[in-house]
Design a protein around this ligand. Structure first.
Ligand SMILES: [Zn+2]
Length: 260
C-alpha cells in the first residue's frame, strides 16, 4: 500500500518551496533594547541569504557622507526625533530594489509608525516580497537586572557584570585597579525610560500587523544562545512557508561542519 501521508508531506514541502521561491521573505524584526535584536539581525542573514536593512544605519551613512539627505536629517537624528515617514519609506523602497535583496531581507528599525507599516505592505506587494513579523519577546525585569548590573572600567573599557561576570574585588578593574563606573545608559531609570518608549512606539504597530494576514512569529529572546534563537526563527519561517526547508537544513549542516 502506498504511503499516502508521506506523499502528501512531500507535496506540501514542494508547494511551500515553490511559494518561497515566488516571493522573497521580508522579515520585519522587532525587539526591545537589550533583546539581542542587533545580534539576531546579523545571524538571520545566514538563513535569509539577504541583507540586514537598518534605516538607522542608512541615515547615519547619509550623514557621514554629508549628502542632501544627510544634511536634512542630521538635526532630527541628533535631537532623537523620528525622520519623516516619507523619507523612511523612500529609503526602504529604494533599498529593496537592489540585487542583493532578491532572496530576502531583514528590516530593522522600520516600520516605526502605522503609516510606514501600511506603506511597507504595499511596497512588499509591488516588489514581490512576503512580509513576516519576527518579535523577540523578553522579560523587561530581566533586561533591567542585566543592564543595570553592568559596570565598566573608565580606563580600559572592560565590561563587568555584578551578577554574571564580577571583578575579583568588588568595584575594581581586574586589569588596572581603576574604580568601575555605571555608564549613564545603564542606569536603571534610563533603561526603564527606554523600554517604556519602545513599548509605546511598538505596541500599536504590532497590533496593526496582527489585524493583517502577515505571519507573526514570536520567539523567546532569552534563555537560549543567539545561535539557538536564530535556528528557532528560521524553523518558524520555514514552517510558515516563507523560506525553503532546505535553507534550514543547510544551516544546521554548516553549523555541524563548523563544530567538527
Ligand atoms: Zn580597566
Amino acid at each position: 500500500m502506498p504511503d499516502v501521508s508521506a506523499a502528501a508531506g512531500v507535496q506540501r514541502v514542494k508547494y511551500l518551496e515553490e511559494q518561497a521561491s515566488k516571493f522573497a521573505p521580508a522579515v520585519i524584526l522587532f525587539g526591545s533594547p537589550g533583546s539581542g535584536k542587533g545580534t539576531q539581525a546579523k545571524l538571520l542573514r545566514r538563513c535569509l541569504q539577504g541583507p540586514h536593512i537598518s534605516t538607522g544605519d542608512m541615515l547615519r551613512q547619509h550623514i557621514s557622507e554629508g549628502d542632501e539627505i544627510g544634511r536634512n536629517v542630521q538635526g532630527v537624528m541628533k535631537s532623537g526625533r523620528l525622520v519623516s515617514d516619507d523619507l523612511a519609506n523612500h529609503l526602504v523602497e529604494e533599498r529593496l530594489q537592489h540585487d542583493d535583496c532578491s532572496s530576502g531581507v531583514i528590516l530593522d528599525g522600520y516600520p516605526r509608525t502605522i503609516n510606514q507599516a501600511g506603506v511597507l505592505l504595499e511596497m512588499t506587494k509591488r516588489h514581490r516580497f512576503q512580509p513576516a513579523v519576527v518579535h523577540l519577546v523578553v522579560d523587561y525585569e530581566k533586561i533591567v537586572a542585566r543592564l543595570s548590573g553592568r559596570r565598566q572600567c573608565p580606563v580600559c573599557g572592560t565590561l563587568y557584570s555584578v551578577t554574571t561576570n564580577p571583578p575579583k574585588i568588588a568595584g575594581i578593574c581586574d586589569l588596572d585597579g581603576a574604580a568601575l563606573v555605571t555608564r549613564e545608559d545603564d542606569r536603571e531609570s534610563v533603561i526603564r525610560e527606554r523600554l517604556e518608549q519602545y513599548e509605546l512606539q511598538t505596541r500599536p504597530i504590532l497590533e496593526y500587523f496582527r489585524q493583517t494576514d502577515v505571519p507573526m512569529i514570536e520567539i523567546d529572546g532569552q534563555g537560549s544562545t543567539p545561535e539557538e534563537i536564530m535556528q528557532q526563527v528560521c524553523g518558524a519561517l520555514a514552517a510558515s512557508g516563507l523560506i525553503a526547508a532546505s535553507a534550514v537544513d543547510a544551516l544546521s549542516c554548516s553549523e555541524a561542519n563548523v563544530r567538527q
